[in-house]
Design a protein around this ligand. Structure first.
Ligand SMILES: *Cc1c(COP(=O)(O)O)cnc(C)c1O
Length: 459
């Protein structure tokens, strides 16, 4: 078979055998698939040798770019020792070293690490820990504190527990009969404020309304779960200043646990190692995933405080054990990759260098705000959401059949840029290691694609 035929066959097999996630397959199989063959630094190449700038860090994970030698080497070194050993009753050195390292860099008070392999599982673990904590709490509020409070527009993963605390109707509504009940507070989505207010004149009305919700339900609530500073999957909704801090104060005041889901925002994404640092917040439970291994291997962590961990200590026959554990929990290769990933932050002074790039990005996003169909441009650190609207004055969204977001990213693809939208929000999530020149390429190509597609709509 010729090389060209082999490539065509690969495309054919993709269409025949793979059911792609979050993808309408009816549309997908009409398009020639983009099959990635290799990556280096900020770029990816497809099987035909076409080069693309990776504008979304391969779905928010490749922290320091593709093929970082330090991480490659760390994995190879670990492979030569052992590729898997269980943490169920045994331990291993990369798992131990990583847990210590993560505790050292995490917000104050988080002292214990529970491993899993994906963000959704880390969230399930956080929810189960919070639930069981109150059952085993020394003051014994036994069986009363069982509810969870979350926010509208929240996203915490796709497994059923995580969906139960999710607030994006498009993803969550159909599964409603399968879910446990949770109480929702208002989303601090300033551009579409549900109270029709403007920050800072609003005095954080969303926080007041959350206060009322927590006041009403706190006696029967185990925990509040939140994506600190940015609701990611809902469209990069950046919190107004003071909101996160206010949530922490409410949870303390009403004696419910605060779960901070740092899966998207953690590991430097917002310019700080963890987004909670922006408002000097220490959660009671924290989840980490996505960028922790630099996009190499699946790994997630759930951290808790001593006080929570201690509630699970008891005699064997008391059954206070946390009965939870995934088969690949804390896989040594993944832990070795994560350790190497965190070492690069120190060696490259990644966060220090990022400050300048974040400012540059901010300055150069201004031109987007002037475009006709750009309703809102939101940014925190290296997370950007550009919300496209049919009408700028009324903020009226595009009709879904227009596929505005999809059309923009398909246009960008032809220009050699890979993006993935959230509905009609164009998301930019560059590698923290991106250069200023590459950042220019990302901004220029995104700008041109938005202009081109929107011009087509208006013509
Ligand atoms: C991606 C994400 C998750 C889910 O992680 P998976 O690894 O995809 O299961 C959970 N919470 C937040 C905030 C996320 O962005």
């Amino acid at each position: 078979m010729s090389i060209v035929d082999q490539k065509l066959q690969l495309e054919d097999y993709d269409h025949s055998y793979i059911w792609h996630p979050f993808t309408q397959m009816k549309d997908y199989i009409k398009e020639k698939p983009l099959i990635i063959e290799k990556g280096k630094g900020s770029y990816l190449w497809d099987i035909y040798g076409n080069k693309y700038l990776d504008g979304i860090s391969s779905l928010w994970v490749t922290t320091h770019g593709h093929c970082r030698k330090e991480i490659d080497d760390a994995i190879i070194k670990q492979i030569s020792k052992v590729s898997h050993a269980t943490l169920l009753g045994l331990s291993h050195s990369p798992g131990i070293e990583l847990a210590k390292k993560v505790v050292e860099i995490s917000p104050k008070g988080l002292t214990k690490v529970f491993y899993s392999e994906n963000g959704s599982s880390a969230v399930e673990i956080a929810l189960k820990i919070a639930f069981q904590y109150w059952l085993q709490h020394p003051e014994g509020s036994k069986g009363k504190k069982q509810k969870f409070i979350s926010l509208k527009n929240a996203y915490h993963g796709d497994t059923l527990g995580a969906v139960s605390v999710g607030g994006i109707d498009l993803f969550h509504e159909i599964y409603h009969p399968l879910l446990f009940e949770s109480v929702q507070g208002a989303s601090p989505y300033c551009y579409r404020c549900e109270f029709n207010e403007k920050f800072p004149l609003c005095n954080l009305k969303c926080l007041d309304s959350l206060d009322q919700v927590i006041r009403k339900y706190h006696k029967t609530t185990a925990a509040m779960i939140i994506e600190p500073m940015v609701q990611g999957a809902a469209g990069i909704l950046v919190f107004p200043p003071g909101f996160l801090k206010g949530v922490r104060q409410l949870c303390t005041k009403y004696n419910i646990l605060l779960i901070a889901d740092e899966i998207a925002v953690g590991i430097g994404r917002t310019g700080k190692m963890f987004a909670c640092e922006h408002e000097d917040v220490s959660p009671d439970i924290m989840t980490i995933g996505k960028g922790i291994t630099g996009g190499y291997l699946p790994l997630a962590l759930t951290l808790t405080r001593d006080e929570i961990y201690n509630a699970f200590l008891g005699e064997y026959e008391e059954h206070k054990t946390f009965f939870h554990g995934h088969t690949y929990t804390g896989n040594p290769l993944a832990c070795a990759a994560a350790l190497a990933n965190l070492k690069i932050f120190e060696k490259d002074k990644t966060l220090l260098k990022l400050t300048e790039k974040i400012d540059y990005l901010k300055k150069n996003l201004v031109r987007f705000t002037k475009l006709n169909h750009v309703g809102d441009v939101r940014q925190l650190g290296f997370m950007v959401g550009i919300e496209l609207v049919a009408d700028k004055n009324s903020k009226k969204p595009f009709d879904p059949h227009m596929k505005a977001g999809i059309k923009v990213i398909m246009d960008a693809r032809e220009r050699g840029l890979i993006l993935r939208p959230l509905g009609d929000v164009i998301v930019l999530m560059p590698h923290l290691s991106i250069t200023i020149e590459e950042l220019d390429e990302l901004l220029d190509k995104t700008f041109d694609s938005i202009c081109h597609v929107m011009h087509g709509f208006d013509a």
